[in-house]
Structure formats: structure tokens, C-alpha cells
Design a protein. Structure first.
Length: 202
């Protein structure tokens, strides 16, 4: 076998190796961004109705967000929007701080993971149970979303209207609860600054 043929074979091997590395990195990798998402959708019907829907996301801090619904319907005008029924959500934050959410309905953006839970909203944390009319969650937005809306909040949970917070020794009634999903800090307040949050001791 001549040296030219050997050199050509070696060059071809090198070229194929480079192509393999390129394809593996940019087309077959599961970690193309800092926010990893997995979705499972079963039994998509002709009218865009989905059964047994499940979404998972992990943000830059390693916090996990899981969303499940018995049914979901895709918005005909915007395929990124789904209207969910019989919804459950799970947030697992640092130090094993867990937030469990349930509601009858929710509006979900499968790109930004923005979720609005409505109707019989219930939240369970390590220390308390919270009830309210509407819960809006913004998890970790990707760079493209932040560039479009630089003032958009993220890593927040905002519960509003008819709120009851129940702990072992007291109950609070308020209009708004804000939870920082990074620090786990919360803020409770009324829409009307002249009104006070109601606290009832047991």
C-alpha cells in the first residue's frame, strides 16, 4: 500500500472523527442550554387535547420544577400555550425545601414555563398550607425570553386574592403572597395599603 493511500485513509478518519464530535455536540446533546426541559405528552387527539401531560425543568441553581395534568388543550393561535385541567406542580429547591401545588385549572407556556394556576389553588410547603384564587409562577427564563422582556421577573411565585396561610399556631388572611424561589423568602400584603393583614392565633 503506497504512502499516499495511507495518508488519505488517515485524513478520512480524522475528518469523520471531527464530524462525529461536531454532530454529537450540537445536534445530539441533551444539554443545549442552562435550563434542561423534558416533556411527556400522551394521546394527542385531533382537537389538540392531550392526556397525562408531564413537564420537568431544572434551572441554573439546580432547582427542579415538575408539572403534571390529567388533560391539556393546545391554544389554536399559539402552540406554546396549553390550558390544563386537574393540575399538580412540584418545586424542589435548595436544602430540600419542597413546594407542592394543586389546582383545578392552569395556563402554561411550554417555552418559558410560566404557569398560572386557577380555581381551588392549594400550596403546601415544609411549614405551612396556603390557599388562594390564582398563583402565577415564573421559573428560570431562558436568555431569549429575558432579551425580549428584560424587566420580566423570574424565579417567583405570586399568589393573589382570598389568601389563607395556615401554620401550626396561627392563620393569616391577605390579598397577595410573593415567594422568592431562590431565597425561599416570602412577602405578605394587602392591595389596599390602608388595610392590614389579618392574623388569628390558635
Amino acid at each position: 500500500m503506497s504512502k499516499n493511500i495511507i495518508i488519505q485513509i488517515i485524513l478520512m478518519i480524522i475528518v469523520f472523527f471531527i464530524i462525529f464530535i461536531f454532530l454529537n455536540k450540537y445536534f445530539f446533546s441533551n444539554e443545549t442550554s442552562s435550563k434542561k426541559t423534558i416533556n411527556t405528552m400522551k394521546e394527542i387527539s385531533k382537537d389538540n387535547l392531550i392526556k397525562n401531560l408531564k413537564y420537568n425543568s431544572i434551572n441554573d441553581n439546580g432547582d427542579k420544577y415538575e408539572l403534571l395534568a390529567e388533560y391539556g388543550k393546545i391554544d389554536n393561535n399559539n402552540p406554546e400555550i396549553l390550558y390544563l385541567t386537574k393540575v399538580k406542580g412540584y418545586l424542589l429547591l435548595e436544602n430540600n425545601y419542597k413546594i407542592t401545588i394543586s389546582s383545578e385549572n392552569a395556563k402554561f407556556n411550554n417555552k418559558s414555563f410560566e404557569t398560572t394556576f386557577t380555581t381551588n389553588v392549594k400550596i403546601n410547603t415544609n411549614e405551612e398550607k396556603i390557599y388562594g384564587d390564582e398563583l402565577y409562577i415564573v421559573f428560570n427564563l431562558d436568555k431569549s425570553e429575558l432579551e425580549k422582556r428584560p424587566l420580566k421577573i423570574e424565579n417567583k411565585a405570586i399568589l393573589s386574592n382570598n389568601i389563607r396561610i395556615i401554620r401550626s399556631t396561627y392563620e393569616m388572611q391577605a390579598d397577595v403572597v410573593e415567594i422568592d424561589l431562590i431565597t425561599n423568602d416570602s412577602k405578605v400584603y394587602m392591595h389596599d395599603k390602608n388595610k392590614n393583614v389579618i392574623i388569628k392565633n390558635f
